[in-house]
Write a protein that binds this ligand. Structure first.
Ligand SMILES: [Zn+2]
Length: 95
């Protein structure tokens, strides 16, 4: 079960990645405190974007739906495997 503290930490982590100084921040898994965090932006139906965060240690995966282009968005931070997941979610939602 995900408690409120953990949910808050996921939200904070997502904000650090999208709006904060993520290169100088320690990205720590909200669930297991591991630093093995991988993230990917995704392109959704305009103007929406997505953000996936995965912990390579405990395998936790979270998806955030963003209403606008995040300030820290970069094309090289869009990983094909996560864009594929987003595309499948978009297709599922439109059926
Ligand atoms: Zn973890």
């Amino acid at each position: 079960m995900t408690n409120q503290d953990e949910i808050n930490r996921w939200t904070k982590l997502a904000e650090t990645i999208t709006d904060g100084n993520w290169l100088d921040s320690d990205l720590i898994c909200p669930k297991c405190q591991s630093p093995m965090i991988v993230f990917s932006y995704t392109r959704n139906v305009p103007p929406r974007y997505g953000l996936f965060i995965r912990c390579m240690s405990c395998k936790a995966l979270r998806h955030f739906s963003l209403g606008n282009k995040p300030p820290n968005f970069r094309d090289d931070l869009v990983l094909p495997e996560y864009q594929k997941l987003e595309n499948e979610a978009i297709r599922f939602a439109s059926e």
